[in-house]
Design a protein around this ligand. Structure first.
Ligand SMILES: [Ca+2]
Ligand SMILES: [Ca+2]
Length: 479
């Protein structure tokens, strides 16, 4: 037994050397530049296998990790492509990019196209003789060739130029055939992104940017030596597949909002907005989700929530107190890929305002008509804004001024009625907004804002607040 060990050892060393040599010569990648699978029906139910890809990962066991960019598909370790969620082929075809990683961690991407067999037959039944074999199926529909779209991933690594598709003319047999391409990216701006060589191969000359141009339509013509066009041009649609190369960007670095301390759960406070230039149609690279990642002060926590899809921040529960904490700063994050991708943050300042009817702030609880102006652009009460109260005269023809006052530190006007009894009728509050913004060195779109309202019962309380930014104002009936 002892003698057998060295022999076994030598054998093992030999075998592993062979494996290593094989791996050193191994070229990772997919077996095809693209895969086209046909399926017998329009609706692909969950679990259906549609085809198989072959990928060499160059790892010892040649296992690969696949990640389809369309999450309705899954790809098993053996390369089998199956439907994960039911799909309807509305246009007769669907395509997506499949990524796989080799043993060195390099990503390889390949386009996969699924065709509905019936649609294909219907389209090709009118001219079998013209069917040409390219690297994909080329079919003739009426006078123009219909080619399945070609996919190129943006930001693809060089070296450039890279060839990606071949067309062949079927009148090739007699003399020499030249090819010419036209369209955006070929002979019109941006010129020279794509070229064609004498064998009909199309080349891409530089990395592409989907956010610049997402789709190219190139026409390929076959030309004889004497310069004659030999047949109808072939149109090739080149779709640029997205990579997640853009972070979400907030429209403002900082947002401000205000909320009353007695605001009920569900009250909206402020809405943030971020945009992402990446694709939202075929991938989630541009689909943003919002979350609150930090709050100052930390306690009480969970007072605010953000709608992950809309960015609307609202009050979740009671517990705000103007006297205890009158300002919160939230850190809000926007992350693409539906919340798991690239992340950006912004800060949101929220002012807590005293509740209505708070004696200290309202300028007297006996006042039946009150107003309150809030600068919602900065989340602060609007101080020093001139307000004129007028009443429509008995003949309903002109406005008669009742009083004129200026808002105090809290954005309120305690002297609005100057002790006069409130009478039924139609009133107007005029807010001199231009002068207010001017003192803050800001331009305003509205020189003034007028709110006209009817008082039916003079014994009731009427509160007419104004929420103001340089470009908008809103009002509502408070109490
Ligand atoms: Ca993105
Ligand atoms: Ca992109």
């Amino acid at each position: 037994m002892r003698l057998m060990y060295p022999a076994l050892l030598i054998l093992l060393v030999k075998v592993s050397l062979v494996v290593l040599e094989d791996l050193e010569q191994c070229v990772p990648g997919f077996s095809e530049q693209r895969y086209a699978f046909t399926v017998p029906r329009k609706i692909l139910e969950r679990g259906r296998a549609v085809g198989k890809v072959t990928f060499t990962s160059c790892s010892v066991n040649n296992r690969a990790l696949y990640s389809p960019e369309d999450t309705r598909f899954r790809v098993f370790p053996d390369g089998k492509v199956a439907v994960k969620r039911q799909i309807t082929l509305h246009d007769g075809a669907v395509s997506f990019v499949l990524n796989a990683w080799d043993a060195k961690g390099t990503r390889h991407s390949v386009p996969i196209i699924l065709w509905n067999e019936r649609e294909q037959q219907a389209q090709s039944s009118d001219g079998n003789k013209d069917i040409e074999k390219t690297s994909l199926l080329l079919r003739r529909k009426k006078r123009a060739y219909v080619l399945p779209p070609v996919y190129i991933t943006e930001n693809e690594r060089g070296p450039y130029p890279k060839r990606f598709f071949q067309v062949k003319s079927n009148v090739d047999s007699t003399g020499k055939v030249f090819y010419r391409i036209s369209g955006t990216g070929a002979d019109s701006d941006p010129i020279g992104v794509f070229t064609v060589d004498s064998t009909g191969w199309l080349w891409v000359t530089k990395p592409l940017d989907r956010e610049y141009i997402a789709k190219y339509n190139i026409k390929v013509s076959a030309i004889s030596e004497s310069g004659q066009t030999l047949e109808d041009p072939v149109e090739i649609v080149i779709n640029i597949s997205d990579q997640n190369d853009n972070k979400p960007v907030f429209t403002q670095a900082r947002y401000d909002g205000g909320v009353k301390e007695d605001a009920l759960p569900g009250t909206s406070v402020v809405k943030v907005l971020a945009t992402d230039e990446d694709d939202t149609e075929f991938t989630s690279n541009g689909i943003i989700q919002y979350s609150i990642t930090d709050q100052t002060p930390k306690e009480p926590n969970d007072i605010f929530r953000i709608d992950p899809k809309t960015g609307l921040i609202s009050v979740v529960k009671l517990g705000l107190s103007y006297k205890k904490i009158n300002n919160y700063v939230l850190t809000v994050s926007a992350a693409d890929m539906e919340g798991v991708g690239l992340r950006t943050t912004c800060s949101v300042a929220i002012s807590v305002l005293p509740a209505e009817g708070d004696q200290d702030m309202s300028g007297g609880s006996d006042s039946l008509l009150s107003t309150h102006v809030l600068n919602t652009a900065q989340g602060i009460p609007a101080k020093g804004l001139t307000i004129t109260l007028s009443k429509l005269d008995a003949r309903q023809t002109k406005w008669v001024q009742v009083s004129r006052s200026i808002t105090n530190e809290d954005g309120r006007c305690p002297g609005l009625l100057r002790g006069e009894p409130l009478a039924a009728g139609t009133f107007q509050l005029r807010f001199d907004t231009k002068d207010y913004w001017k003192q803050l060195q800001q331009d305003s779109f509205y020189p003034c804002g007028g709110v006209v309202f009817t008082i039916l019962d003079p014994k009731q309380k009427y509160h007419v607040p104004l929420l103001l930014t340089p470009f908008s104002y809103t009002t509502y009936r408070g109490s």
